[in-house]
Write a protein that binds this ligand. Structure first.
Ligand code: GLU
Length: 314
């Protein structure tokens, strides 16, 4: 079967070095296995979108030397490749799940409803949802605007990650029933990503390790939709020197800062590959020269810590 893998950035700012490294690893894995590489713009949350960021992401990826077979700029058999143009599809699919009794309305005013369009990073998630609205009648809910939650039955979800090995989560206890449609009717990240990966016939999901804890929820949705679960690989993150997550808002970690500081593409690719353990020597290289012999299973399993100030000489 043809491997179809994707990189799915959210246009909430310019790409930082960590997301650039993830993109490189996803691309290398797809190309090394003769697969297709698909780009999907995850602009679900239009309030968090930064104007021009989507185009800038494509520009930065091109600059790095990556190419894609399908994407928002070139189209493809599963277009559109922008989530903001797929809202009608999410709505129809959510209605089907609701009609099957797998979702229920929730009127709680919790932060997880508000944040549902954002892919959650580890530690960002609040306490498990206690099921307050489960089993309530429309009268109990008093006609208030409701979000929709997916009801999680007890039982461990286990999968084998290509990088991290066996992962298990008891979603019913650790997360609880989770939001798939927000109160303003926007699809949540967890639902949109699964529906799109199914519709785009994605066989391999390769992404940052911050999304490891979302995977069991997504597997539950695949099971509910009776679709084949893709192979998963989560790649370690790149963190700031103090161990904190990079944020797209910090200018210092934008790829633009390195470009302005005179970094050439080969130097950056060489450095990204070296920090991930793809190469053992730090030397300039083009992405295409790393394809032969690349194996995602062999990358470092630890997050990389970098002092970006040192990189750009500030
Ligand atoms: N759009 C998500 C993000 O930028 C990634 C989604 C995914 O790869 O599943 O964090």
């Amino acid at each position: 079967m043809m491997i179809r893998s994707r990189f799915a950035p959210s246009p909430t700012g310019r790409m930082h070095l960590g997301s650039l490294r993830t993109a490189l690893l996803v691309w290398l894995d797809a190309r090394a296995r003769g697969g297709k590489f698909i780009l999907r713009m995850e602009d679900l949350d239009q309030q968090r979108e930064i104007k021009g960021a989507a185009d800038q992401i494509l520009e930065d990826l091109h600059w790095l030397g990556l190419d894609w077979d399908e994407g928002p700029d070139i189209g493809g058999p599963f277009a559109p490749y922008k989530q903001s143009e797929r809202f009608g599809f999410y709505k129809e699919e959510a209605e089907k799940l609701l009609a099957r009794g797998l979702l229920y309305p929730c009127v709680c005013t919790r932060r997880d409803i508000e944040l549902a369009t954002v892919a959650p990073a580890a530690g960002d998630e609040g306490p498990p949802y206690p099921g307050t609205c489960y089993g309530k009648s429309p009268e109990d809910l008093g006609g208030k605007k409701a979000a929709l939650r997916f009801h999680v039955k007890p039982g461990k979800i286990t999968f084998t990650d290509r990088v991290f090995g066996k992962i298990s989560q008891e979603v019913s206890e650790e997360i609880g029933d989770f939001v798939v449609v927000r109160k303003d009717a926007a699809a949540a990240y967890q639902l949109a990503v699964v529906l799109d990966d199914i519709a785009m016939e994605i066989t391999d999901v390769v992404r940052g390790a911050d999304l490891l804890s979302s995977t069991p929820r997504q597997i539950l949705l695949y099971e509910a939709l009776e679709k084949k679960i893709p192979a998963y690989a989560h790649v370690p993150l790149m963190l700031a020197a103090n161990g904190e997550k990079f944020s797209k808002r910090e200018r210092s970690v934008h790829v633009g800062s390195l470009r302005e500081a005179g970094w050439k593409r080969e130097k950056l690719v060489g450095w990204l590959a070296w920090t991930a353990g793809v190469t053992s020597r730090l030397e300039p290289v083009q992405p295409k020269d790393l394809v032969k012999g690349f194996s995602l299973e062999k990358i470092k399993k630890e997050d990389a810590r970098v002092d970006v100030g040192m990189l750009i000489g500030t």
